[in-house]
Write a protein that binds this ligand. Structure first.
Ligand code: G6P
Length: 602
């Protein structure tokens, strides 16, 4: 989630780093920092919050003689977003930036502390620079010291290191987090994504896991476990916008594909081996709480509705969900034993913010699930849990919804742990299912092309009904919302069991029913509901692990061990269906008419 930039050459380094970091800022904006070594001069700047704070701090700094420079924009995993925890981390004479998680950092830190090393930050990253300096003072050979350092690291990393002991060299390593090397003549660039160096480098090499090496005055040496490795560069496309979209047609499409990756970030440090934990909140915060009220708008409301089933089922705590704009004027009865939860991807939605203020005035404790740190709702809430989806550019929310839902699921299990409502075995199963979520969120070529093919049959008709039961009912609402937002076709989400109480009157062959038919939850019940619709000649697109004879179209999902896994897999399918229908209709998927990403008016 963090962003990394590096540069070796004689050009002005501060601007190169800041320009690159600007492109990566959407990956994390807790803090940022840069470090430059030019001969004997070491300089570094760090600032908390958005990049503009760093720009201001370093405004009088210039570095335009030959040297090395590294920069980082952070999205906190270990340790709060403070200046001390911001990268680059400094040893005695070396700096390091890192993206990923060093899983054995505590063990390494203990070892270094016992040898007298002082740590300044709470990060996992800082062990890298101290290990390097320890080995370098033993070996007096920086590259060997770097090699020995990375051999000790477990986990995921992309890292750059510079040191006064080799002031013309950048050491690099990649394992599990992205990193690439860019070339322009003798100048060498590093970045965690190519957008950071477009327009600067013209050739690029994307590092593979397990590769490491060094760059020194135009020379780059690359190694892997087998020894030195030759590599070939590719030309770097100069089109920034298409690079930002990573080759996808729309940001929404890219964001759908990103879900299996960002959900890992949401779980990071929260879903442990045999329990879930939330470092942002103390257990005592939940003392005296006997019910939950969630307020949100749009897609965020749907994630609330879906997970309200989990709060009641798992944590045995009453959970009501309200649309924020309704809540505000209903003169709600509020009780201090109710935890008030808001959900918002932007953190700026006016109705949600006002609902939160009302709850606070009534003396309720507040917690928000949000994607934007330092947003108004985050600042206003007692506790904020960040979804870590990264910036979402498509107006129709996809990865924000997935991460909100995951985080609420984690919160439900966390509260269940506190209340002792689940046995160890059940908690273990929940964790196992959470950990399996990235797999079901992966979009395969086969699935995407099937949905693309099917989509041409769904461009007309007099409406869509998305139907589901239990947690799949809010998913049906969300599926319908996605479709109407970007296709402008009429779509409704409905509880499947409720269709016969009115909407079934609309059924005919031009009524498209998207039936969410999970196997792990109420399969026979929803099957009967879909049969009722089929008997009235509705056109059925069934989504299920079980083949369904009456379906006109069928998308088969995997047999799953947990309803949430079916939920996430079906979510992706409904998102792709909305996307493909809308693209066929020639719509601007990322900026649908009449909508806005952040609604700061009532
Ligand atoms: C807007 C967006 C929706 C979003 C809703 C609530 O309508 O277009 O995608 O679900 O606001 O936004 P929030 O930022 O509070 O989640």
């Amino acid at each position: 989630m963090c962003g990394i930039v590096g540069y070796l050459g004689a050009k002005e380094k501060k601007e190169i780093l800041l320009d690159g970091l600007k492109e990566l800022e959407y990956r994390g904006y807790d803090s940022a920092g840069i470090a430059v070594i030019e001969g004997v001069n070491l300089n570094s700047f760090k600032a908390v919050g958005k990049l503009e704070n760093l720009v201001r701090k370093a405004k009088d700094f210039k570095a335009d003689s030959f040297g090395v420079a590294i920069g980082h924009t952070r999205w906190a995993t270990h340790g709060k977003p403070t200046e001390l925890n911001a990268h680059p981390h400094l040893g005695k004479k070396s700096y390091v930036v890192h993206n990923g998680i060093i899983e054995n950092y505590q063990e390494l830190k203990k070892e270094l502390i016992s040898e007298g090393v002082e740590f300044l930050s709470q990060t996992d990253t800082e062990v890298i620079v101290h290990l390097f300096e320890k080995y370098n003072s033993e070996l007096n050979e920086p590259f060997e010291a770097f090699k020995k350092t990375i051999e000790r690291l477990d986990g995921a990393y992309a890292t750059l290191l510079i040191t006064k002991d080799a002031p013309d060299t950048i050491f690099f390593a990649k394992h599990g987090s992205p990193m690439l090397i860019g070339f322009d003549g003798d100048d060498v660039y590093f970045a965690s994504s190519d957008t950071a160096i477009i327009g600067k480098a013209d050739k690029v090499y994307y590092l593979e896991d397990g590769e490491y090496g060094y760059a020194k005055s135009g020379e780059v040496k690359l190694f892997n476990s087998k020894g030195e490795k030759s590599f070939t560069t590719k030309p770097l496309d100069g089109d920034k916008l298409s690079a930002q979209k990573d080759g996808y047609r729309f940001f929404m499409e890219k964001e759908i594909y990103e879900q299996s990756r960002v959900i890992v970030d949401t779980m990071m440090g929260r879903v442990l081996d045999s329990e879930v934990t939330l470092e942002e909140v103390n257990e005592s915060f939940f003392e005296g709480i006997d019910s939950i009220k969630i307020c949100a708008c749009g897609t965020s409301y749907h994630s609330a509705l879906a997970t309200s089933y989990l709060f009641e089922r798992m944590a045995k705590i009453r959970c009501d969900v309200e649309i924020a704009s309704e809540f505000r004027y209903k003169e709600p009865l509020l009780d201090k034993s109710t935890l008030f939860i808001t959900i918002s991807q932007s953190g700026e939605t006016a109705d949600t913010l006002e609902a939160l203020k009302m709850a606070k005035r009534a003396g309720l404790k507040s917690l928000t699930i949000c994607n934007v740190d330092n947003s108004s709702i985050v600042r206003e809430s007692d506790v904020a849990l960040l979804t870590r989806a990264g910036i979402e550019k498509g107006v129709a929310s996809t990865k924000a919804f997935a991460t909100q839902t995951m985080l609420l699921w984690i919160l439900a299990i966390y509260i269940a742990q506190l209340r002792g409502t689940l046995d160890r075995e059940t908690i273990q199963k929940e964790i196992e299912a959470m950990r399996h979520s990235p797999t079901v969120l992966k979009v395969t070529d086969e699935l995407h092309s099937k949905i693309h093919r099917l989509s041409k049959r769904y461009l007309h008709g007099h409406g869509f009904f998305f139907i589901g039961r239990d947690i799949f009912y809010p998913l049906a609402l969300e599926g319908a919302l996605k479709l109407k937002e970007i296709s402008y076709l009429h779509a409704e989400g409905y509880p499947a069991g409720e269709m016969k109480h009115g909407p079934i009157a609309l059924a005919d062959s031009n009524l498209f029913t998207i039936a969410l038919m999970p196997k792990t939850l109420l399969y026979d019940k929803i099957k009967s509901n879909v049969e009722e619709l089929s008997a009235r000649d509705a056109t059925i697109l069934a989504i299920s692990p079980e083949p369904f004879d009456l379906a006109d179209d069928f998308i088969q999902t995997k047999q799953a061990i947990h309803p949430m896994l079916e939920f996430f897999e079906m979510m992706v399918i409904t998102q792709l269906l909305a996307l493909e229908i809308s693209i066929r209709l020639g719509n601007d998927v990322d900026m649908p008419r009449n909508l806005a990403k952040s609604v700061t008016v009532e």
